[in-house]
Unconditional design. Structure first.
Length: 137
């Protein structure tokens, strides 16, 4: 598949996520089977069903070696097709900067920030006094 076609797929996934046509769910208990070696999960794992495929999206870190002893921790985002029930990787999309934008959209949509903003901004009195239960206000 061409890089152009892959970019178009990811851009459409992002657009349809923004339009609430694609719903993502988060999972904080699952370690993706596609992580290997020095790769480690950063944050949550997100899933969406699109047509007849299950997509998995997550951020991970890995060691990027300059030589045998010098390395730097890098962060990347992976988008995959996974088998619906076993969640085993079927296909890993090649790296594309559009995946970063999709990840940010998914974070925003799954965080509940829109609902919070609507509720918070519509409250009559949003000033809270500190209490023993919540000393930060």
């Amino acid at each position: 598949m061409s890089n152009d076609k892959i970019s178009k797929i990811i851009i459409k996934l992002n657009r349809e996520t923004k339009e609430d046509k694609i719903k993502w769910v988060k999972n904080n208990r699952e370690m993706p089977s596609s992580l290997s070696g020095s790769e480690g999960l950063v944050g949550l794992v997100y899933y969406a069903d699109v047509i007849d495929k299950t997509l998995r999206l997550y951020k991970y870190n890995f060691k990027s070696f300059y030589d045998e002893v010098t390395w730097e921790l890098q962060v990347s985002i992976r988008l995959e097709f996974v088998e619906r029930f076993s969640l085993k990787t079927e296909y890993i999309f090649p790296e594309d900067r559009s995946i970063d934008e999709l990840y940010e959209t998914v974070l925003y949509k799954t965080s509940g920030v829109e609902r919070f903003a609507d509720e918070f901004l519509n409250q009559e009195n949003s000033i809270n006094e500190p209490t023993d239960d919540n000393p930060f206000v």
